[in-house]
Write a protein that binds this ligand. Structure first.
Ligand SMILES: Cc1cc2nc3c(=O)[nH]c(=O)nc-3n(C[C@H](O)[C@H](O)[C@H](O)COP(=O)(O)OP(=O)(O)OC[C@H]3O[C@@H](n4cnc5c(N)ncnc54)[C@H](O)[C@@H]3O)c2cc1C
Length: 394
């Protein structure tokens, strides 16, 4: 497999490690900018968080500073046939966030008010108005926020779409290929993979929940932690719900095009992203499945009696301040990181484009070399702050 220089394929300009939405989008835009790119993914493209997520597209989730980034990501999913070559089932539906308790009302009004100020078209309303938009939601909710531009996509279709686009733009896609090491060498890095070594002038760490492990290979101990999210799907139901519904801080509910209802919720924090090392607690899985179903029925009473078919989990990485980590690794100008983005599927295509612009030396459409994203800020943080900050938001 190796040529006479000891390289598998010769020298790449960039090796992107991790083929989720962040890695795929970065690799695609780097290749379109003229770079020779390898994308290395240990499984299939977009089969971890990027293929297991709820597919909700909304500016109601990310921090206020990120609202314009989320809106650009949403536009990119809507126009995917133009830049990705095919769409992944985009549905424009609008989104309603409900609050039942006093604490939820206070949280909803404050968080959604901030996002509205940041430019998201969010209206806070009483429940009668919300029920005129979506009659299936419960009259017992006290307050609601509505965002007419929300929608969803079928995230599990993203990998195939990216694969075709990446190959079409000349990216060397090494899927089913685990990266085992990254070592600095003259002029760049040697990436040790299960299929042999490859050499690249720069590396981009886009390995989602596994980023800390890779940063450690480069001598950095990053205070990034991991949380399990859980999805539950019901049997197919008659048309019941048009918009995407959420209960503030508790979970999301949407009816897929085939009639199934998708219920999303958060499970718990784990210390190690490797499932072998930290097996998922089945009692917690069932407890959360029940909790998701109970929340679903509270938000949409007609869901009572629907049968649950399946449940699955996915892992998300969090920085201590719950903000994305995008840019050069501390002390390096040729190794980059992209991850820890709340609502990362919504923003992913755009954030990948921005990181590619940074690496290509182009003027980005929105700021990306910004303190909010700067990985160096993590050096002053501790991982235990992560849980506290992000728990407060979950
Ligand atoms: C259940 C769930 C629901 C969610 N719902 C939503 C939602 O509705 N809307 C939204 O916007 N966001 C949602 N998110 C968040 C969103 O899915 C993530 O923010 C986003 O997909 C993260 O993308 P990523 O590319 O950073 O990580 P990932 O998609 O996890 O990609 C990282 C990749 O790195 C690979 N990798 C790891 N180690 C190695 C190695 N050693 N060698 C090679 N490859 C490696 C992994 O296999 C993986 O494919 C949800 C997340 C989950 C888990």
């Amino acid at each position: 497999m190796k040529n006479t220089d000891g390289d598998m394929f010769g020298m790449f300009d960039v090796a992107v490690i991790g083929g989720g939405v962040m890695g795929c989008a970065t690799a695609l835009h780097l290749a379109r900018g003229g770079m020779r790119v390898a994308l290395v993914e240990r499984g299939g493209l977009c089969t971890e968080a990027s293929g297991r997520n709820a597919g909700t597209l909304t500016p109601m989730f990310p921090a206020p500073f990120l609202v314009p980034y989320a809106q650009r990501g949403m536009e990119m999913w809507q126009t995917a046939p133009e830049w990705l070559g095919r769409g992944i089932g985009y549905q424009a539906r609008g989104g309603l966030e409900l609050a039942f308790t006093e604490a939820e009302v206070a949280g909803l009004e404050s968080e959604m008010g901030e996002r509205a100020q940041a430019g998201a078209p969010i209206q806070i309303m009483d429940i009668d108005e919300a029920r005129r938009i979506e009659p299936s939601v419960s009259a017992a909710a006290q307050r609601a926020a509505y965002c007419p531009i929300d929608g969803f996509v079928e995230s599990n279709a993203g990998g195939r779409a990216f694969r075709a686009a990446l190959l079409g733009d000349g990216v060397t896609v090494l899927d089913r290929t685990q990266v085992r090491s990254i070592e600095r060498r003259a002029g760049g890095f040697t990436v040790g993979t299960a299929a042999g070594d490859l050499n690249a002038g720069r590396v981009v760490l886009a390995a989602g929940a596994w980023i800390p492990k890779m940063a450690a290979w480069l001598g950095l101990d990053l205070p990034i932690t991991v949380r399990i999210h859980q999805m539950v799907v019901t049997e197919r139901l008659a048309p019941l719900l048009r918009v995407v519904v959420r209960i503030f801080g508790r979970g999301s509910f949407k009816q897929a095009v085939n009639g199934s209802m998708l219920l999303g919720t958060v499970l718990h924090w784990i210390s190690d992203a490797d499932r072998e090392a930290d097996e998922i607690d089945r009692v917690a899985l069932i407890r959360r499945m029940t909790w998701a179903a109970r929340n679903g029925c509270e938000a949409i009473p007609a869901l009572a009696g629907a049968r649950l078919l399946r449940t699955w989990t996915g892992l998300e990485a969090y920085a201590p301040d719950n903000l994305p980590v995008i840019g050069p690794l501390p002390g390096m100008d040729d190794a980059f990181i992209i991850g820890c983005q709340r609502s990362g599927f919504t923003c992913g295509p755009f954030m990948g484009q921005l990181l590619a612009d940074l690496i290509l030396g182009r003027q980005p459409e929105l700021p990306i070399a910004h303190p909010v994203f700067d990985p160096r800020r993590l050096l002053a943080m501790r991982p235990d702050e992560t849980s506290a900050a992000a728990r407060a938001l979950s």
